[in-house]
Design a protein. Sequence first.
Length: 143
Amino acid sequence: MYGTCGDWVFVLEDWGAATWSTGWRKVESMRPRPGEEIVCVTVNRFSPPSQILHVPGDERSRRAEFGQDTGEASALDSALHAAGAVFPAIGEVGEAAVVEYFEEHGPRLPEAVFTAVGGYCGLSVDEAVVRAGDLPGVLLPMP
């Protein structure tokens, strides 16, 4: 299912991974173009970890696992922090504190990531419309 919001085109997939994240390195037509920004959030059910891929327009992909930022001090990273989608690192607070934090806040992590990315992109997708199947659909064949 796909739609548009402002200048963004979005694709929602429900098979456990994002097609772009699995193919952009191998498929020429999927590679980022100069000036093209791509934000890809993939749960990666079949090949964890869940991750965020961000190409801010320079054709170079940055990657972060859920609970981390990309390390680029970008506006996307700021949005992830503001939404509570970045957890403390072991080096900052120690392993026991990280485990405790994850046990308490881990279940809300996917929601925090999607909230941050939606806020960063200015993208709002109505969950009821998605559940009802009212967004346009497209079948993307895998090469």
